[in-house]
Design a protein around this ligand. Structure first.
Ligand SMILES: Cc1cc2nc3c(=O)[nH]c(=O)nc-3n(C[C@H](O)[C@H](O)[C@H](O)COP(=O)(O)OP(=O)(O)OC[C@H]3O[C@@H](n4cnc5c(N)ncnc54)[C@H](O)[C@@H]3O)c2cc1C
Length: 506
């Protein structure tokens, strides 16, 4: 290695994070970098992570990934929203849609007008003014609306890794199969110099990307970078996952269904459904979670359930010395709003932007780490909101309702409760619409709205609201079902996912 120069990058781990990093680095830098990826089939991947958020489309555009090719390769479906069921209390339901709701002025968000309309006795739901919510209610989807819907994907994680691998290898990536036995450091600087595999092979590099999942083999087990645990706010610390057959056409949304000690996800793909039981180990045993998951699954499983313990929190230094951690190795916020793949993509973009060709400048490392911290804390606050604002009776939910919140979230909730004020800071993933839908969906009704809404008289308010609804209803009426749209746009051929047989008969 020429002193300080970065030419050889070693990616440790071939889960979603590893293959995303491999694709991005090889696509962007081609022959300027020599990139290798080491993964161990024996260890395998976490096997979950199949629901995404809309910025995935920007990331794919950045890598010139064709949408139809991608969706056929991963048997993907579209996601317009998340359906939250039983969160405020059993029987309750709301959608958190990805789209814009109603029409806002520069200073007065649409929700102020809507809140004012309720006060005047005009009844409707906030979701009536959002194309993505109304289409979700009817299981409809198309890309041919004006404006176009805002959407993300559901994807098969194993197929996605395979798809990305094909891309990265076509750009020159070298893949090495093997289990890392030892990580060698420089005696003085502590920088990583090489990875030693079980078969004795030594892989040297200038920069190492730790994508070894929760193990954090380089960033934590070797460099001891530290971890900030968020369990005091996010009580769930385990999941049992299973894949089942599909019994009907896929809905264009992820389902998140609360139960007494956590929640259950349901992610419909073209060929199967991914489902899982997220729970707090202080409030439910592994055996009970597994039994409840299988009991609630409406279709026969096609794979045995597997347990995934996790710790919500963040790596204190996501980039430490010559190791950049990505994906689960850099931290994890429980999967409620499907943000982990997005946070990995965002960190990869940051790494490409700051790439240290001529050596690792501490200032850029600080920028990387500080941006990662702010980004994760924003997502953390949004997820805590879902747990905190509930009216359920069970011990876990009661504790969440009574917990002390991070200051950043407390301020947001006060501003909302007092004046219906919501905002989106620079680079924050969740927009004002996301905050308003979830705060209202979880039952936090503000004491006041912005007085500017009162400039509309009753007749004008009625006309304003009904014209918005009419436009949405007309648009949705012309949309095909998601199933029909997939058939013509991106149907995965059966050889993509193979003939799957259920493990047990229904
Ligand atoms: C319950 C649950 C649900 C989730 N749902 C979502 C979701 O809906 N949406 C979302 O965006 N994210 C979700 N996530 C997060 C998502 O799964 C991860 O962000 C994503 O899969 C990336 O994982 P990874 O690549 O970091 O780790 P992994 O998939 O664990 O990959 C680690 C890699 O490192 C390799 N490795 C480890 N040790 C060694 C070694 N010694 N030698 C060689 N190789 C090694 C492994 O073989 C593997 O290839 C979820 C996570 C959990 C726990």
């Amino acid at each position: 290695m020429e002193k300080g120069r970065i030419r050889k990058v070693v990616i440790a781990g071939g889960g979603t994070a590893g293959w995303l990093a491999a694709t991005a680095l090889t696509h962007q830098f081609r022959e300027r970098l020599d990139v290798v990826l080491v993964e161990s089939e024996q260890i395998g991947t976490v096997g979950v992570g199949e629901s995404t958020v809309p910025p995935i489309r920007n990331f794919h555009r950045f890598l010139q990934i064709d949408e139809q090719e991608f969706l056929r390769a991963v048997a993907g479906t579209f996601k317009l929203s998340i359906s939250f069921e039983n969160w405020r209390r059993p029987g309750d339901h709301f959608f958190h849609p990805f789209g814009i709701t109603g029409s806002s002025t520069l200073v007065c968000g649409f929700h102020h007008f809507w809140l004012d309309s309720l006060r005047r006795g005009m009844s409707s739901e906030l979701g009536d003014y959002c194309l993505e919510t109304v289409a979700s209610r009817k299981d409809q989807f198309t890309l041919q609306t004006t404006p176009q819907v805002n959407y993300a994907y559901h994807l098969d994680a194993g197929l996605y890794a395979r798809f990305l691998r094909g891309k990265a290898e076509s750009y020159g990536l070298k893949r090495i199969e093997g289990k890392i036995r030892e990580v060698k450091q420089n005696g003085e600087s502590g920088y990583i110099e090489s990875l030693v595999l079980e078969d004795g092979k030594v892989i040297e590099g200038d920069l190492f990307i730790d994508c070894t999942g929760f193990r954090g083999l380089l960033i934590e087990q070797t460099l001891k970078s530290g971890y900030e645990d968020w369990n005091q706010w996010l009580p769930c610390d385990r999941a049992v996952a299973v894949q089942t057959e599909s019994l009907g056409p896929p809905g264009p949304y992820t389902r998140a269904i609360a139960h007494e000690a956590g929640w259950r996800w349901n992610i419909p793909l073209q060929h199967r459904v991914g489902t899982g039981w997220v729970f707090s180990s202080r409030h439910m045993s592994d055996d009970e979670a597994r039994a409840r998951l299988l009991k609630d699954a409406v279709a026969p499983p096609i794979k045995d359930p597997w347990l995934v313990p996790f710790r919500s929190g963040r790596r204190l230094k996501a980039w430490n010395k010559n190791v950049v951690s990505l994906g689960l190795a850099s931290g994890f916020i429980e999967p409620l709003e499907s943000t982990s793949i997005h946070l990995g993509m965002s960190a990869i973009v940051r790494l490409v932007e700051l790439f240290p060709f001529d050596g690792i400048p501490p200032a850029l490392v600080d920028v990387f780490n500080e941006t990662s911290r702010i980004e994760m804390e924003h997502v953390r606050d949004f997820i805590i909101l879902h747990y905190h604002a509930n009216q359920r009776d069970e011990p876990m939910w009661k504790a969440c309702r009574e917990m002390e919140l991070p200051d950043s979230l407390s301020i947001r909730l006060r501003a909302w409760r007092e004046r219906a004020h919501a905002w989106q800071g620079a680079n924050e993933l969740f927009r004002v619409d996301s905050w308003t839908h979830v705060m209202l969906g979880q039952g936090i009704v503000p004491a006041q709205h912005h007085p500017l809404s009162e400039t509309l008289g009753d007749d004008d308010m009625r006309k304003f609201l009904s014209s918005l609804r009419q436009r949405i209803d007309q648009t949705v009426t012309g949309m095909p079902s998601q199933q029909a749209f997939i058939e013509q746009y991106c149907k995965a051929p059966p050889e993509v996912w193979g003939a799957r047989k259920p493990l047990v008969s229904a």
